[in-house]
Design a protein around this ligand. Sequence first.
Ligand code: ADP
Ligand code: MG
Length: 580
Amino acid sequence: MTERRPIRVIPEALKNQIAAGEVVERPASVVKELVENSLDAGALRLDIGIERGGQGLVMVRDDGSGIPGDELLLAVTRHATSKINRLEDLAAISSLGFRGEALPSIGSVSAMRVTSRSAQSDEARFIEVEAGRVLDQGPAALDQGTRVEVRDLFSCVPARLKFLKTEAGEARRCQDAVMRLCLAHCGAGFSMTVNSRQVLSLPQGQALADRVRAFWPPAVCQGLRPVSFAAGGIKVSGLAGDPAAAQSRPDRILLYVNRRPIRDRLMLAAVRQAYKGRLLSSECPQAVVFLDLALDLVDVNVHPAKQEVRFRDEGAVFSAVRLALASALSGRGDDIMREPVSGFGQGPGSARGPDIGPWARPHGPAPERPAALPLPLAPAPGPGPGPRSAPRGPIGLSGRDVTYLGQLARTYLVLEIGRGRLGLLDQHAAHERVLFEALRAAGSKGETRPLAAPLELPLHASAAARLEDIWDPLARVGFVLEMAGPERLLMRGAPPGLDAGRAKGYLEAVLDSRARTLEDLWALMACKSAIKAGQALAADEALALVEAWLDCPGRDYCPHGRPVMVSWEAAELEKLFKRK
Ligand code: ADP
Ligand code: MG
């Protein structure tokens, strides 16, 4: 063992180099920190240049507010920041930076020159830092804004150099860092050069979809759907890729919280959940998702490079993101936007949103819906570690005055409606109603989905006679049928939203039964395929069902006339408990 040395406070330059280990992992971290500073300064024009994968040079020039000459030294001093100055500020951070660490950290592991001119001053000034020591300061020539040049990154920290990839690889990471930030700041124009070659040129005030096109191939950008959702103080916007255009690349799920690029397992799980059943197992969703919520509902001060956050109410975030994406994929985003917004993240008993949820609304005609069955019909996956990570506990139905409390006897969904009304929803009856309405919508529009490969069914002579009777109604719900011989039936098209196997199941059930009218047919189909009593439902499946059911006209009764829900007002419960 070596001899013990006394405890000493380490020199400032070394402190910065230690901090740099967390903040400046590679050239792309420098690019990210500098671009974030420019955006925090309100820049509308950013020019970025890198050479030799960022080890030779990282340069960011902006037209932002600039740094007053007498603050330049502070800008490169650790824990000096213009963005927060009180403990309370930490609870509501609206800027990308806040720790006052980036410039001093970068300056401690490179040769850095910051040149800046603020709106108020008529001359620019510069400061030069090398390996953490201030070398020089003085006047300079520059229009309003800031230019930061970082040279010879890590040349004084050889240990770090060893961990870098090839120059091309590091350059790609730098470009990715710019891409992540510029998608969230479409108001600002960006240009970027790599070894003096221009690789990016984006005008100010671009639409997100146009900006995404600069980064994703046309095949992926085709069919991008707008995401637009707001509920309970949470806004979710962005773009969702068409499942049909999905590819196997997992890196095109770009998540943001209050315009900060982040990695987040909860949001990722919510996006995956929304795409579940729409992709092959080898395919990945493609989405740009902006979550915007009140600053005090998210803690951004949990990760050294600010790439992770913590949410106050994970359940609300999960269901908002999942619903937002699911709505975009089924073309229902706007519909949900119109729902009243209820309170979120407030303690129990605090004011909720307006008490005029769809519940209190008179039963009007159903909003226009695409003729797809609104629920995944696959049986609920069994227990065990699956991708499902829906949070436990009560879940508010975004935008509705309804909270899902859980499943009872694997048959009833327990709901709190408005303030204190207890509802028990029969999952089978509710699903029947949902499917019935979807079939009715599909049936009255006569929409069909052609099958890639026609399905052949044997047809018994007795069934052939029945088929005559119901040929027309079947066609009106979307079946495209053809006789392929005396005892063979070909199915060429099916109701939209039904996969071929399920459509075949319907057809067989219908041919076996006594359904005559179109309504009979719908009721039968709905009953055959609805979730059964006794089937365990995951929280998100239950939520999707409740949501779809809330939108149904005639939702109080199943197609056979049985009640779908029984409920008790808080006052009735009080009577039951003899409190009154
Ligand atoms: P932070 O961003 O956490 O405050 P930084 O070390 O990144 O810390 O920057 C220190 C300070 O320097 C910032 O708070 C800001 O006032 C100023 N600054 C840095 N870059 C710029 C810029 N491009 N434009 C204007 N001010 C800047
Ligand atoms: Mg910063």
